[in-house]
Design a binder for this molecule. Structure first.
Ligand code: SAM
Length: 218
């Protein structure tokens, strides 16, 4: 309880200081975290897992509980304060310590993250709706480069945020939102296999699940 409150305060501080990249006033709810980690919970083999934009760890906690022998868990986070919090968890929190031998927090933007092998699951909290279309294009490029054939990307976006912002936007912002819409739909179209509706979250969110073509199909 004390930790949840501290996380909310830290998150809110980062929201005020770095709105564009933090992108939310509060960490995700456990219902949203559960929807994001559902494909991971159904795997039967050891897996390589990447979490992007873990923040204060609202989703990380659910991933940590699912990490098993033979798995690899990497986290990529841009924000210095969030990286400190997460590293502290892997040092001190009993559940995190159990998996610390196969986990690492990388303090780098996703676009610059390098790895030696691709991932079975990518779970992302990046606030794509805050970014310019060119950056979102780059981020999808990174997601697909980092996923194995047949790998699953799960990410969330707040419901109806683009149409609602469009209603009150100035021309430049309208153009950015239209560009985003185009980039996101072009990537969702061929890859999305499911969308979950999560109402118990501030604000309510959709979880998009995408799968890359398997080696057999490709
Ligand atoms: C909306 S918060 C989500 C935090 C957490 N996953 C949750 O659901 O509560 C977005 C997170 O993405 C991080 N972030 C933003 N841009 C990033 C980038 N290019 N690479 C890595 N992390 C980034 C922010 O610092 C922040 O932690």
């Amino acid at each position: 309880m004390k930790q949840a409150l501290a996380d909310h305060l830290d998150f809110f501080r980062q929201f005020r200081e770095t709105f564009a990249t933090t992108g939310a006033v509060a960490p995700s709810s456990r219902f949203l975290a559960k929807a994001l980690t559902e494909p991971l919970s159904r795997r039967s083999e050891p897996a390589r897992i990447l979490e992007v934009g873990p923040g204060t760890g609202a989703v990380t906690r659910h991933i940590v509980r699912q990490v098993r022998e033979g798995d690899r868990f990497d986290l990529v986070e841009l924000n210095t304060r969030f990286v400190e919090i997460l590293n502290g968890r892997f040092e001190l929190h009993p559940e995190y310590r159990k998996v610390a031998h196969c986990a690492a927090v990388h303090h780098v933007p996703l676009q610059e993250f390098q790895t030696t092998a691709p991932y079975d699951f990518i779970i992302s909290g990046l606030p794509l709706n805050n970014f310019p279309p060119s950056l979102v294009e780059e981020i999808f490029g990174a997601f697909f480069k980092l996923l194995k054939p047949g790998g699953v990307l799960s990410y969330f976006e707040y419901m109806y945020v683009r149409p609602m912002r469009k209603l009150v936007a100035k021309p430049d912002e309208k153009q950015r939102l239209a560009g985003l819409e185009e980039v996101i739909h072009r990537h969702l179209g061929p890859h999305r296999f499911r969308q979950d509706w999560v109402f118990v979250n501030v604000p309510p969110a959709w979880v998009q699940h995408l799968r890359t073509a398997s080696a057999v199909e490709a």
